[in-house]
Design a protein around this ligand. Sequence first.
Ligand SMILES: Nc1ncnc2c1ncn2[C@@H]1O[C@H](COP(=O)(O)OP(=O)(O)O)[C@@H](O)[C@H]1O
Ligand SMILES: [Mg+2]
Length: 344
Amino acid sequence: MSLTSLSVAVLAGGRSSEREVSLKSGASVVAGLTEAGYLPKLIEISKEGHWTLDGAPVALSPGQGLGDFDIAFPVVHGPFGEDGTLQGLLESIRMPYVGSGVAASAIVLDKILAKQRLEQEGIPQVDYVGFTEADWLSAKDAVLAAARCLGSPVWVKPARLGSSVGISRVDDPASEGLVDAITTALTHDPRVIIEASCPGREIEVSVIEKIGEDGARTLTTSSAGEILLPDAAEGEWYDYDRKYKPGGMELAVPANLTLAQATAVGETARLAFERLGCEGYARVDTFVDGDQVLINEVNTSPGFTETSVFSRLFGADGVTYPDLLSELVNSALDRHARSARFTF
Ligand SMILES: Nc1ncnc2c1ncn2[C@@H]1O[C@H](COP(=O)(O)OP(=O)(O)O)[C@@H](O)[C@H]1O
Ligand SMILES: [Mg+2]
């Protein structure tokens, strides 16, 4: 079978607040794969979690794969998609898929677990305090005291969301504003993280992985891009509107970095990808402050339209969108073929 006659199930939508973003990524991935010569179809996951293909329900059976599809390409962001649950389901039905596996997806989407892993690996990042709703209910004062040691401002976030949903910047952590921000974050997730603020520039880099015959892997990083917020007032940040409203952000690519900074960003991104156990692809977001590179977060299922940051960063290096998608499908198939050699 030639690669390009492969049928690809592009999974998009999903139950999280990033559903609309995912549907845009999904439509774009279908168009790009078609251009690359594949036979893709969109499987839409509804807000309630139902799967439909051309409007008809999709039946799933353990071990039976996914209809006649050869491979799945999940582009679902946030909880129930990017967090290992969808990946676990695909493993259970025995379906090869693009992107990170169960454990890395689960760890990376959880900002507390990801920070703990990066800390173990000695990869620089901002200081933070992670806690659960149960901790908050039983020890509010201890949580507030720990958060107030982080300086100001602080950033209060649901641990497992994306697109800046539920995040507050608290300029005066000694104020009631901190409690309000925690209360807001807790409406999205029983796990909350509070971070010290990083004054650095926001620099993002895309990473893709190739698997060799012998299982060795090569990580390729794109040019780094800088997130710029045109006409931003003092204190404005990269919030939901800035991310998705036309003209809200500008991507400067390649970012205006010194060679030493650009090299450090690439190395940090590769290290984070590898140590977090990511597979396939990811976008690594950093803060660059002088000669210091701190990881902000890694996204195992970043926005994936043709004009999303992930694709544009590789686009700047001359990798077209269809070629990028093709690489990811091929790399997932190589990994899957290799996994048949293991005895479980
Ligand atoms: N510790 C921090 N220091 C400075 N800015 C931050 C910090 N954390 C978040 N921000 C701002 O908030 C944005 C969203 O935070 P992020 O952790 O990337 O959440 P999401 O997963 O929703 O993208 C960042 O892109 C940045 O503009
Ligand atoms: Mg982010």
